[in-house]
Design a protein around this ligand. Structure first.
Ligand SMILES: [Fe+2]
Length: 578
């Protein structure tokens, strides 16, 4: 791991605590810590002229500090001096903190500031300057402290640039929320002719670079393309983000030591690829660097006494390899019993032991009214009859399998509607064949899920889990194995990435949503065909979830699809969704 380049800075503070201009470094590096009595740099370097082409951003809000971010595009290679200002007013008449520093090619000319000494629950404006240039003005908000009656968030995931226009980000930019929670798949790693790029040329959104991204330069180029998007820039400029990565920030179906979309023979070392991906992620996203020699991103945010927001990493920190149903085929069929044994293996971990201990501690010590986990993959139980899972498994998928799956789902719904005593042996066998349909989710790591949910149950946590990853909207009760409700899960649809309609067709996906609600005991809601986001209004006694859908990702304008809008509330006492 390389040492960070020396970061030169001059800090000008007006009656506030320390602030630091941090260049964003590799994942294991922290920008320099700062103190207000640091000596000014005597001879500031010659600054290369530069422009602001990737907007501004803020994130990781705490009660007294927030990360500010920008990137400069230099005219030529060399050091660029950047100054920053944080003000209480949009006209910057009342500047509260400011500072200056140098950014370089070593950090892809990104700039981070941890602006400290802020008042809790307060809105601020910020901007950057270099030479004669001034960046767009950003707005941000510190986290509240003390007694708090309400908080609001927009929850997003899966923004695939070539798949469509970022109208969802534009819509959120126009709304009032305390923060945007991004649950990952902020970028996708595929080549320009890869996944979800059928419409890219017509949209003028062909992926850059053209190949699958592997090197640090590749990942940086991809982030630069995404962050050139004016809708994403508007969203970042308007709200602080709290971001975690999912798999595509590295490669599809990533786990601790590999990924489905990584071939060591042709693409080289996975650990080197992941280090490059993580370095670019820290450079380009407004995330507080975690500390020396660390790429840990699980972390906590407090919103007064109302909620503790506990962000997890279910991809890179400790995940064991996914169970692959191709390894459990008995002829044409998946061996359900063997799959359940594998997905329930007590030795398999999704979080890794350190993170599991950390999240348990976070729950134990939380005194807030709600405990909200912000993470990637669905936690709720989602079993389907084995023939249906076969149709969704690459090794067994096909037209025949899809037909059998449809028959199996319809048959299972019918069987489930009957009292157990009135089911035929065949119907009961169909129901009993059920296995998780997505072993990449918590359903593939059921021992650890049970452990975590039992912990929450013992604590009587007021548990709400947020998830992304699937590109579809879901709401479920979270239950322990004995059926006790211990929380609720709310999953956001994607910004642009294709949902179930791309796998089984729009008609089938439209039909399947309500059927899934009938078939899966814990599922309360599913929309498997539309793009959008989730808006949360957290109150003392109820947490309201609004699924918002847009009508298009490929026309230049869009409208909210009011007909599809869906609202559910989690009751704090019962934890039931209604
Ligand atoms: Fe995704």
């Amino acid at each position: 791991m390389t040492k960070p380049p020396q970061f030169r800075r001059r800090t000008l503070l007006k009656g506030l605590g320390a602030s630091a201009l941090l260049p964003l470094l590799s994942a294991n590096l922290i920008g320099c810590s700062d103190s207000s009595d640091a000596p000014p740099t005597p001879n500031p370097p010659e600054s290369v002229p530069a422009t602001f082409e990737h907007g501004v951003a803020s994130g990781d809000p705490l009660a007294d500090r927030v990360i500010l971010w920008t990137r400069v595009t230099p005219e030529r290679e060399g050091d660029v001096v950047v100054t920053w200002e944080l003000a209480s007013d949009e006209g910057f008449a009342n500047i509260i903190a400011s500072g200056s520093g140098t950014t370089t090619a070593a950090v892809d000319y990104t700039v981070k500031v941890d602006a400290t000494g802020l008042d809790a629950g307060t809105g601020y404006f910020y901007r950057f300057r270099t030479g004669e240039r001034t960046s767009p003005v950003g707005r941000t908000r510190s986290a509240p402290s003390g007694a708090l009656a309400a908080a609001s968030f927009a929850v997003v995931s899966c923004s695939n640039y070539p798949a469509g226009l970022f109208h969802v980000y534009r819509e959120i930019a126009g709304r009032e929320v305390d923060a945007v929670l991004h649950l990952g798949d902020y970028i996708y790693e595929y080549a320009a002719d890869g996944y979800a790029s059928d419409n890219a040329e017509a949209l003028g959104r062909v992926s850059e670079p053209a190949g699958e991204i592997l090197s640090l330069a590749d990942y940086r180029t991809r982030y630069a393309q995404y962050r050139g998007d004016s809708d994403l820039q508007a969203c970042h400029a308007r709200h602080p983000f709290v971001v975690v990565w999912d798999d595509h920030e590295v490669a599809n179906d990533a786990w601790r030591d590999g990924a489905e979309n990584h071939s060591p023979d042709s693409e080289g070392s996975f650990s080197e690829r992941r280090a490059a991906a993580i370095q670019a992620w820290f450079e380009w996203l407004p995330v507080r660097p975690p500390g020396e020699a660390s790429d840990i991103i699980y972390r906590q945010f407090r919103y007064g006494d109302l909620l503790d927001l506990i962000m997890l990493d279910t991809r890179n920190a400790g995940r064991d390899r996914q169970v692959d149903y191709a390894d459990y085929l008995n002829g044409e069929q998946i061996d359900s019993a063997a799959v359940l044994a594998a997905t329930g293996d007590s030795n398999r971990s999704l979080l890794g032991s350190a993170q599991l201990a950390w999240v348990k501690d976070a729950l134990t010590s939380s005194t807030a009214r709600w405990q909200v986990l912000g993470q990637q993959v669905l936690m709720a139980r989602q079993p389907l009859p084995e023939p249906a899972v076969r149709a969704l498994t690459p090794a067994t998928a096909g037209e025949d399998a899809l037909q059998q799956a449809t028959a199996a789902v319809l048959g299972a719904v019918q069987a489930k509607g009957k009292p157990a005593g009135e089911r035929s042996a065949e119907e009961q066998a169909l129901l009993d064949s059920a296995i998780p349909f997505n072993a990449d989710a918590w359903d593939g790591y059921t021992f650890e899920r049970e452990d975590l949910l039992n912990h929450a149950r013992q604590l009587q946590s007021r548990l709400v889990v947020l998830a992304g990853d699937t590109h579809n909207a879901w709401a479920s009760q979270l239950t322990t194995a004995d059926g006790t409700v211990v929380g609720a899960e709310l999953a956001c649809p994607s910004v642009t990435s294709p949902g179930a309609e791309a796998v089984i067709g729009t008609d089938a996906a439209t039909l399947f949503g309500p059927l899934a609600v009938q078939l899966m005991d814990d599922l309360r809601y599913a929309n498997l065909v539309q793009r959008g986001f989730l808006q949360l209004a957290v109150g003392a006694d109820a947490l309201q979830a609004d699924w918002v859908f847009i009508d298009s990702i490929d026309s230049p304008t869009y409208a909210i699809d009011a007909q599809s809008a869906h609202r559910l509330s989690v009751d704090r006492t019962s934890l039931l969704l209604a």
